[in-house]
Design a protein. Structure first.
Length: 107
């Protein structure tokens, strides 16, 4: 769960500012076409497998499979990978983990 709470917020940080037009690079657009994002996700998934984050790697594979069969109305792979509520939840969990770790270090 700790790795999930790190990876999902990082992906959200890469996605949401662009989707809101806050940065000049449109990373959300990358999810509609091209090979760059799928290759990047494959490399991330392999890294997750090497670090034994099998749950997160499995979730990414599931998201990719759902995107390939158009399980939702969206044609953007980002919509299958990251959900705004998941982003918020894992962000708070990451803050909680960080706080608890700092608390332990200060004891």
């Amino acid at each position: 769960m700790n790795k999930l709470c790190i990876v999902i917020p990082l992906m959200g940080i890469a996605l949401y500012p662009a989707a809101l037009g806050l940065i000049p690079i449109d990373t959300y657009e990358w999810g509609f076409h091209g090979i760059g994002l799928p290759i990047t996700l494959l490399l991330i998934m392999l890294l997750l497998l090497l670090t034994r984050a099998t749950l997160l790697a499995g979730l990414m594979v599931t998201a990719a499979l759902l995107a390939s069969i158009n399980a939702m109305e969206s044609n953007n792979i980002w919509d299958y990978i990251i959900d705004p509520l998941l982003f918020i939840y894992t962000g708070f969990q990451l803050l909680k983990l960080t706080y608890n770790q700092q608390k332990r270090l200060n004891q």
